[in-house]
Design a protein around this ligand. Structure first.
Ligand code: GDP
Length: 490
């Protein structure tokens, strides 16, 4: 059993081909060492260059993270009024604070994006999880360092009310650019700090859906050079920004070297960063053992149903799902091998009951299972989050995935699994729905890759000074099957 894994008999499988190091004790975070045995067939191997960047980042987090003299120093400069005039010097530590919001799926794709940006810009990543506590659901990812932003002590600290930053904040890059005073744009498009020709002590990056033209200049090379000298960046996002980083000129070369397989970026970042806490992992493994594990050769089909519009008739969503699994022959295969099982995740139990009536009792010999039905999404509730995270991980162990388009919950599951799901198109909003309307046609499509979709890319090409068709810029960036204005790495 996996109970006897100790750092002596660890294999490449346990450490995900070098993504992870053996610097944590088994007891402190069992999922670090057990994830691999539930996800045996990942065909994606991390590149040696990615591994070297991860080890470098770990060293940075250790040298500069909370509790170090460097951190104390950087914090003092941030909180003192003269911080603004000092800028950064060689060897100084620079920081990226990720301000998380929304559901767990959104938070995870956002943290993965922030982490990659931190690696690219040699900054220490610190996570602000909001009212909830990230430590309830995740282990620390970096050896000998914490990724959790300590509570701010100083009354005037810019880190004090992080949840209050938004599109209106005057410290945002977008507002600084728009109001003019702080930044000078030269004739050749170069941007620099106006006065006193030194960067401010911190800049807020507003990168959540619905952000404006000036916020989106974040994806320009000139603006990235401008940000380089800022000691603290505060970033608020709920999105998967990685495809946007692949469109930001100064990062392209590094990213292409780190990810020779572009379509495995989240697969690697997610498996590197996220390790369910022992409480979550116990829920995952107990449920898996009792309901999903079967004879070798059993297939488990995972179905994730996420309904965004409360007024959506459930029957319509069910019809869409059933026609998807029939068209794509995802469930009939089950009749042939009678040990197969179905895992349903949804906030509601209604779909599970209908699917169990259709496919339970004999057709799927392994049964139809739903771990929980929470009714509605809840905020700041640890036991709710434990269920949500454990269901994402249970879905990620499935052999076949059917997901609901637009849902970041599904994106995380498919990304961790490294499996391309069949994605159900989001039905049209209830207001546009007409009596007798059929389910969307086709009811589902195969995702182009296992990558999450970036829902709010910038179409603006900074060098050209105009909008472009993003799916024509690089061969590995396409529009998503579920969100027509979104882009995805393939
Ligand atoms: P998204 O809204 O679908 O993009 O995904 P998020 O994870 O960001 O937010 C949805 C939240 O609703 C989750 O984090 C859960 O708290 C809850 N939720 C949605 N679907 C499910 C589900 O199938 N199972 C459980 N346990 N929770 C869910």
């Amino acid at each position: 059993d996996s109970d006897d894994i100790s750092p002596v008999n660890l294999t490449a499988d346990h450490l995900l081909d070098g993504l992870l190091t053996a610097e944590f004790s088994y007891r402190s975070c069992r999922s670090r060492y057990e994830f691999g045995s539930y996800h045996k067939n990942s065909s994606h191997k991390p590149s040696p260059y990615l591994l070297s960047k991860l080890r470098k980042q770990e060293a940075l987090q250790k040298r500069c993270g909370p509790g170090t003299p460097a951190y104390k120093n950087a914090l003092r400069r941030l909180q003192s009024s003269d911080g603004a005039a000092t800028g950064v010097e060689d060897g100084d530590c620079r920081y990226l604070v990720n301000i998380s919001f929304r559901g767990l799926g959104n938070r995870m794709i956002a943290v993965a994006s922030a982490f990659l940006y931190a690696v690219l810009t040699e900054r220490v990543l610190l996570v602000h999880w909001g009212k909830q506590d990230a430590a309830d659901v995740f282990c620390e990812p970096f050896p000998g360092a914490t990724w959790l932003l300590p509570r701010a002590s100083g009354k005037r600290s810019p880190l004090r009310n992080l949840d209050d930053y938004g599109g209106e904040s005057k410290e945002s890059l977008g507002n600084m650019l728009q109001s003019g005073g702080a930044v000078v744009v030269s004739a050749d498009g170069n941007v620099s700090w106006a006065s006193p020709r030194r960067p401010p002590a911190y800049v807020y990056l507003h990168l959540s859906g619905g952000y404006g033209f000036h916020d989106k200049l974040f994806y320009c090379g000139a603006h990235q050079r401008l940000l380089r000298g800022v000691p603290w960046l505060l970033m608020r996002t709920d999105s998967y920004l990685v495809p946007g980083l692949f469109l930001t000129p100064p990062f392209v070369g590094e990213l292409e070297a780190m990810f020779p397989e572009k379509d495995a970026a989240f697969h690697h970042l997610g498996r590197y960063l996220f390790h369910p806490s022992n409480a979550v992992w116990r829920a995952v493994t107990n449920y898996h053992r009792a309901n999903l594990a079967g004879a070798a050769g059993r297939r488990v089909v995972g179905i994730q149903i996420r309904v965004f519009d409360k007024k959506q008739p459930p029957q319509l969503v069910l019809d869409q799902l059933l026609s998807c699994v029939r068209n794509e022959k995802l469930l009939p295969g089950i009749a042939a091998s009678n040990d197969d099982a179905v895992l349903v995740t949804s906030l509601s139990s209604w779909y599970y009951e209908r699917i169990a009536a259709e496919y339970g009792g004999g057709v799927a010999g392994g049964g139809v299972h739903q771990p929980s039905h929470e009714g509605k999404q809840r905020w700041g509730d640890a036991s709710h989050d434990v269920k949500a995270l454990s269901e994402m991980y249970l879905l990620s162990t499935c052999d076949v995935l059917v997901t609901s388009g637009f849902s970041t919950f599904g994106y995380v599951a498919q990304g961790l699994a490294g499996r391309r799901p069949w994605v159900m198109a989001r039905p049209s909003p209830w207001e546009e729905w007409t009596e007798g309307q059929a389910a969307p046609e086709p009811p589902c499509r195969r995702a182009l890759s296992v990558e999450p979709c970036f829902h709010s890319p910038s179409y603006y090409d900074c060098a050209a000074g105009r909008d472009v068709e993003l799916d024509r810029v690089r061969p590995y960036i396409r529009r998503c099957v579920d969100v027509s204005w979104g882009i995805q790495l393939v």
